[in-house]
Design a protein around this ligand. Sequence first.
Ligand code: UFG
Length: 329
Amino acid sequence: MSVLICGGAGYIGSHAVKKFVEAGEDVIVVDSLETGHRAALDPGVKLYVGDIRFATVLEQIFDENKIDAVIHFAANSLVGESVAHPLKYFNNNVGGMQSLLEAMARHDVKRIVFSSTAAVYGEPTKVPIEEDDPTLPTNPYGETKLAMEKMMKWVSRADGIDFVSLRYFNAAGAIEDGSIGEAHVRETHLIPLILQVPLGKREAITIFGTDYPTEDGTCIRDYIHVLDLADAHLKALEYLRAGGGSNIFNLGSGAGFSVKQMIKAAEKVTGQAIKVKLGDRRAGDPAVLIASSEKARRVLGWTPKFDDVEKIIADAWTWHRAHPDGYND
Ligand code: UFG
């Protein structure tokens, strides 16, 4: 039996593929390569290049392979872009999930682990955030991920497809040998942007807002190593295989770091002074986002191994230094 990893050529998906292969799983990847990269996969991994919104793509995969479970990363994931182009997000993210669940139901595949996000909570009512806290997304990206969770909830009741939804906080870092990592055409994430300064690709990092109600006035986030996220997917699948029912888990380190602290840590890791510009707030950024991951720790037996933010930045640095322009394809 094989595990189908949708979006396995993307940043988090490609780290999960490595983890699943290491664990002895027979892995099959489907990726449209719209934002994923062929080079993020070892040549031995079976890859179908295609869009999961098309039933024909999934029919071929489910016909040619015996699939036991699906790990679903395939989605658009830029908050700003989702505000500008909401229908792109509803079409691709929600449409992709519908097509995938239809194919799973047709082929009697009963398990799915889904890549969700802290963006489903919107502006938090308290920190650390727990899974039962209100979900009021403040952008279409978070709204589509919440809709995808709800779609799974109703389908699980109707068709017996069990799901685990993993709500990540700020995914960061890279595999320790630097062979794969974060490579977006239009980068918006803090750590890669900070590291572009010592790489000589950017003159300065702009801090978006210095008047937040936090100790140093800059936003606080919960950064979680991509390898710990990958590990959580494996544990979620083990949980479903052991008969654990449908469930939702936050994934974060439980510790918050401000933008200024992240820049300081990056200076320490790279040994270089990083030039800073003070900018306005970015629309829709909550002041503080910190996860309670108690439930994942308790129920899945998941413990983040990389809880040191300097280690997370150091691994990202290894990747970016070796691949300053990302992948070649
Ligand atoms: N930031 C800057 N300057 C930059 C880029 C980011 O100051 O050039 C700040 C942001 O304002 C924010 C923090 O750095 O306070 C982190 O920003 P990111 O864009 O790296 O990450 P976000 O917290 O905005 O987004 C993350 C995930 C999203 C998810 C969101 C949930 O990347 O997928 O958390 O709110 F939707």
